[in-house]
Design a protein around this ligand. Structure first.
Ligand code: ADP
Ligand code: MG
Length: 343
């Protein structure tokens, strides 16, 4: 049977689609490969990602959501269409009801761009939107319906968002464009500076996942890395340790910690005391970085827990949120409010 309701996590790194009763049915990188001659789509998702850094000049491999907003509208739409079609079929007569998450605090123009892209891509009008921290909290099974403070920190590819939620509403939130991608960039820069080795984007991410840690590890992990020697220009292999990665990413992690602290400082006292009792819940791929919970707990003095399946929370939450449409609508900023906030 075709799914009637789907939740979509349109992430900067990964797109996930959740269908009630079936679970996560799509989980692919947000990458599109295009033929430069006529801008036709060559590949989407994992297939496109495999081409990154390995294509002739006639093809461009693009991450259309890079900084947590729609950087390239038409390509985002093509990507969404591809994934929606895969779930509901290309020739469906009944369009599915769709809930897409958007970062908290995006402007009304950006909200409209996401909604338009999802409608153009085959979602029933109107496509519904849910603020990402709220979806993350619902997906992490935090009791967001109660009048108590719950804090969720989502560390994705393009953005880190920290929010305190009570009764389906976001009370305080802050977001910063420092997350997984920035950690990868920091690793690339560090390896170049320290070892004169030029590495690609994928290699930096692989190192972060394989041996990265937010605080020094004992014993350390090591990994062989291949790249191009900056001086000789030839391929070279070096051994990198987890302490290299920790050193490379420490400034970015400090920024993430300060965002979390700043949200805590702005949280009204009753809610803050709930957060101290219940702890902060981490979601997003960044929650998988070794000891990120230890670092955040140390820097905030609040206990930190990692959600179960942190990468899936937002998509699950978006799907589940379709069942609470009225209360979710209440939590969205009105167009006027967003306009005020963005000027
Ligand atoms: P988005 O919501 O922006 O699509 P995700 O929540 O899917 O982002 O998380 C993707 C990010 O998480 C990427 O930057 C990826 O490198 C990072 N990530 C995934 N697994 C790990 C891991 N085990 N350790 C560190 N970072 C990870
Ligand atoms: Mg995300």
């Amino acid at each position: 049977m075709l799914p009637k309701r789907i939740g979509i996590d349109l992430g900067t790194a990964n797109v996930l689609v959740y269908v009630k009763g079936r679970g996560i049915v799509v989980n692919e990188p947000s990458v599109v490969a295009l033929a430069n001659r006529d801008n036709t789509v060559v590949a989407v998702g994992r297939d496109a990602q495999a081409m990154m850094g390995r294509v002739p000049q006639s093809i461009s491999v693009i991450r259309p959501m890079r900084d947590g907003v729609i950087a390239d509208y038409l390509i985002t739409e093509a990507m969404l269409r591809y994934f929606i079609n895969r779930v509901v079929g290309r020739f469906n007569l009944i369009k599915p009801e769709v809930m897409v998450c958007i970062p908290a605090g995006v402007t009304s123009v950006e909200q409209r761009a996401v909604r338009d892209a999802a409608e153009q891509a085959g979602g029933r009008r109107p496509v519904h939107l849910v603020p990402e921290p709220l979806a993350a909290a619902i997906g992490a099974r935090i009791p967001v319906n109660s009048p108590s403070g719950n804090m969720v920190v989502d560390i994705g590819g393009g953005r880190t968002e920290a929010a305190v939620i009570s009764m389906y509403g976001i009370v305080v939130s802050e977001s910063v464009r420092v997350a997984g991608d920035r950690l990868d960039d920091a690793i690339t820069a560090y390896i170049k500076r320290r070892y004169n080795l030029v590495i690609g984007e994928r290699t930096a991410e692989e190192m972060k996942v394989a041996i990265g840690a937010a605080v020094p590890l004992d014993p350390e992990l090591k990994m062989e890395v291949r790249g191009r020697d900056q001086i000789s220009g030839l391929p070279k292999t070096i051994t990198v340790s987890s302490s290299d990665i920790t050193a490379a990413i420490q400034d970015s992690l400090a920024t993430i910690c300060s965002v979390v602290r700043s949200v805590l400082e702005r949280t009204p006292p009753e809610l803050a005391s709930d957060v101290i009792d219940r702890g902060i819940v981490l979601t997003g791929g960044g929650a998988c970085l070794r000891h990120i919970d230890v670092l955040l707990a140390q820097e905030t003095g609040v206990p930190v827990h990692i959600a179960e399946n942190p990468l899936d929370c937002v998509a699950i939450g978006a799907g589940v949120a379709l069942e609470y449409l009225e209360v979710i609508k209440r939590s969205l900023p009105t167009e006027e409010e967003t306009l005020v906030a963005s000027y």
